[in-house]
Design a protein around this ligand. Sequence first.
Ligand SMILES: [Zn+2]
Length: 408
Amino acid sequence: MPELSVNPQRLWSDHMRMAEIGPSPEGGSNRPALSALDAEARAMLAAWCEPLALAEERDALGNTFYRRAGRDARPAIAFGSHLDTVPTGGRFDGVSGVLAGLEVMRVLHQARITTSAPLELVNWTNEEGTRFRPAMMGSRVHAGDMTLQQALAVRDDAGTSVAEALAEHRLAGPNPPGPRDWAAFLELHIEQGPVLETTGRDIGIVTGTVQARYFQIVVTGAPSHAGPMTMERRRDSLAAAAELVLAVERIGIAGEPGGRSSTTWITNSPNARGAVANITRLHSDVRHEDPARAAAMQAELIAAAAEIATRRQLAIDIDPYTTFGPVRFDTAAAAALRDAAAARQMTTRDMLAVAGHDAVMAALVCPAAMLFIPSVGGISHNPGEYSTPQHVANGAQVLLDAVLRLAA
Ligand SMILES: [Zn+2]
């Protein structure tokens, strides 16, 4: 097979055109899952796939598969990521994995090459989980970690269900979600952290994930007037939540190296000037590469909440609603990525993913692997998220070469 090269200019211009859908004022992207903007992004991807003679299939959750026929009756090699973003998203998270996969399809189409195995480009629904919890929803249901019925019933903060949003934008297909005939699923993603940049490596080979545990927390105090109520008698849910936020941060700091913890979301009620808050909701998580340490961090979080609740005489309810990992990616698929990078004289580093990704879910039902490209400054989920045209092209080239190794 002749050596094939991706087209860096085309790949970069695809990124910039995709970023025109849901642009944020600061130069990032805001494309919530199953919104009109998500539908527009999906339509653009479909239009780009149209001349490539790919067969589109969609499942009932809107996960979309563009299949390229192979010469032989073999399981397919699949690759892709997601087009939805967080509200303060950048132009690369998820998008780069989908567009690199599109570039693989374009290169093969132009070169008129048919691989032995069929190929599938995948756009997963609602990876971010910002509008509809939990994250990785499309790949999660595909992998059987959540049922379709459970996912369809999830509602956003405005009360719209996943089923309603799918119907509104006509994004659902006829297929029941579930494992497909895949020999491997590969996902290119930006690192979202600083390791590749600071160590000067071109490509990260992701060998697995840490364990992450997620918590919805409700602090319930008592409403009172911010003036007359004495300090000793008030039950201030916001002040208690503030203590808990700092406790969660300390747990991550104590868990280093390898530990992380965050509180990423808060709502406060009545959130009125002049009223002591009585209901404050938080979303927190703890992560560690060692699952036993992650469990210990969860226990510390629960103990810290109990201590704050007792001392302040209010209630703190913690719902540990979801967990992912640790996942070990497929060694043969990871080796295909590593060998492909080495053959192009790119430097690599094996690393663990500290965030959730669709490949983490796919790994539950088929051999899966991931490659990271550098994130400048380690910045992500931020309008300033950036990978250079060279980073993106390097990653797509490794993806193309690895796909050819696995599918030839
Ligand atoms: Zn992502």
